[in-house]
Design a protein around this ligand. Structure first.
Ligand SMILES: Cc1cc2nc3c(=O)[nH]c(=O)nc-3n(C[C@H](O)[C@H](O)[C@H](O)COP(=O)(O)O)c2cc1C
Length: 468
């Protein structure tokens, strides 16, 4: 069902759940009727079509009668824009405007779609859910699109983030908790010798998915409230059945469980968003209940794909751009470089002196824990064109003069180049132009360009008419 939100006079559509968003995708949803196996085959197809911009709904799942699987739901800027009810060119602006409003989550009593079917203390998750196995060397099926939820028992403050969950046969799962707030919550629980209660929400509306990976820091708002603000409709919650948590009432599936204190077991290898396999010694979850819709749709998210790029570019990139613009003059735009797991970004500036560029670099590298390399360019460089950015680096940057290197800073756990340590380094490149005409980009007279375009257009028309 599509809902027009009550709080706004704008023509904005809000999706209350995953399936209403899938309905809205229209021809941007590719339906696959042929039965495919969750082991390798679905991930292979999602990867194959990732650049086409279509979401994929697998209507028949080998070994899991009645279940459906969806993937690539945010694999185009068009889909992201649809998710936020805006146009692709207005994405960043809409994200910021929506996020600033307040639409707190509401707790429902009674029945919730996410709890139509309840399995208490299930013995084996894989006999209930079609969890995908993605890559040759993955040790087991992995949940890749699960919103992990927990609460600080002292303050009541909630935590939410996407965390990979390893699902071998049985009811013990491995979970990668790579940083705060989850590492802190789990550490505090362990210090008292108690388990940490968690829930994993699977199959939520796209704005809630985005909200789950927004970087908020220790004082930021509740991510459930960000979800409501982004989608223009308060998130509806319901009490979980076996843990003391509130979970999205309209999710497709909820897994409830305890992260055990003092237990670490081998987890991985698993092909990460870096495009490399990562193995860890990780906490273990014991599942206490699984609830789901009667006709649930399981969400797949293929690591290291265009969909991950889009998630990170909006939730991490737009967020960082806003922070930089609040602190410095002259920052125009920011792009997370596709395929880098948001380790690399390009920033464009206008009228910044070299010392100001340096400040932008230092701020960006410090504000985003994951960001490892940043390149700052002028506004005459298209930051979404790898060729233009490489050109600016090649012609406007002298490494000994224009590079900032930070050593001994926090490394990102899944980055293989840290060689398994938790310390890394970061680099910033000032690829802005110097003074004088030597830095001018070549241009072609406007009249000649216009004529060239007219000739090309004419050739196109003749080609289409078959006369060429
Ligand atoms: C696709 C995807 C997968 C992620 N997987 C993990 C993970 O397995 N472990 C982890 O600690 N963080 C993971 N993250 C990052 C967390 O979700 C993170 O909490 C989130 O990006 C918000 O940042 P914060 O840690 O600053 O709150 C992942 C992020 C994305 C977008």
């Amino acid at each position: 069902m599509l809902l027009v939100p009550f709080h706004s006079m704008e023509e904005e559509m809000a999706y209350e759940d995953l399936r209403s968003f899938l309905d809205a995708l229209g021809s941007d949803l590719l339906r696959v009727n042929q039965a495919l196996d969750p082991k390798f085959e679905m991930a292979a197809l999602l990867r194959e079509v990732q650049s086409g911009g279509q979401a994929v709904l697998f209507e028949t799942v080998t070994g899991c009668p009645g279940a459906r699987v969806v993937g690539n739901i945010l694999s185009s800027r068009r889909a992201l824009a649809l998710a936020l009810g805006t146009a692709p060119e207005d994405l960043a602006q809409t994200y910021r405007r929506n996020k600033a409003r307040s639409l707190p989550a509401v707790l429902l009593g009674g029945a919730a779609p996410a709890q139509e079917v309840i399995h208490r203390g299930p013995e084996d998750l894989l006999s209930i859910l079609p969890i995908l196995t993605h890559h040759d060397r993955d040790v087991a099926p992995y949940i890749t699109c699960g919103l992990v939820l927990a609460k600080d028992p002292e303050t009541g403050r909630r935590a939410m983030g996407i965390h990979r969950v390893m699902c071998p046969r049985g009811k013990r799962l491995g979970i990668l908790l790579g940083g705060p707030p989850f590492t802190r919550l789990h550490g505090a629980a362990e210090a008292q010798g108690r388990p940490l209660e968690i829930a994993v929400a699977l199959g939520v509306d796209p704005a809630t998915l985005l909200a789950s990976v927004v970087k908020i820091g220790p004082l930021g708002p509740d991510k459930f409230d960000i979800a409501g603000a982004l989608r223009g409709l308060p998130l509806e919650l319901v009490r979980a059945r076996s843990v003391d948590l509130e979970v999205p009432a309209r999710a497709e599936i909820i897994i409830e469980g305890h992260v055990l204190p003092g237990v670490r077991e081998p987890e991985g290898p698993f092909g990460e968003n870096t495009g490399c396999y990562f193995t860890n010694s990780s906490p273990v979850v014991e599942v206490t209940a699984v609830t789901h819709r009667r006709d649930f749709i399981y969400p797949g998210l293929c690591p290291w794909t265009v969909e991950v790029d889009h998630l990170l570019s909006l939730a991490a990139g737009t967020e960082l751009l806003g922070q930089l613009q609040a602190q410095t003059y002259g920052v125009l735009d920011l792009e997370m470089i596709a395929g880098t797991c948001a380790f690399s970004a390009v920033i464009s500036v206008r009228g910044c002196r070299p010392t100001e560029v340096r400040r932008v670099i230092l701020l960006a590298l410090a504000l985003d824990r994951r960001l490892k390399s940043v390149t700052v360019v002028d506004e005459d460089v298209d930051i979404r064109s790898p060729r233009e950015v490489a050109w600016a680096l090649a012609t406007r940057c002298q490494p000994d003069r224009d590079t900032v290197v930070l050593r001994g800073v926090e490394g990102y756990v899944i980055d293989p180049s840290t060689l398994g340590g938790d310390t890394g380094s970061k680099i910033g490149f000032d690829a802005t132009r110097g003074p004088g005409a030597a830095f001018d980009k070549v241009t072609v007279p406007a009249a000649a360009r216009a004529k060239a375009r007219a000739v090309v257009a004419e050739l196109e028309v003749r080609k289409r008419a078959g006369s060429l």
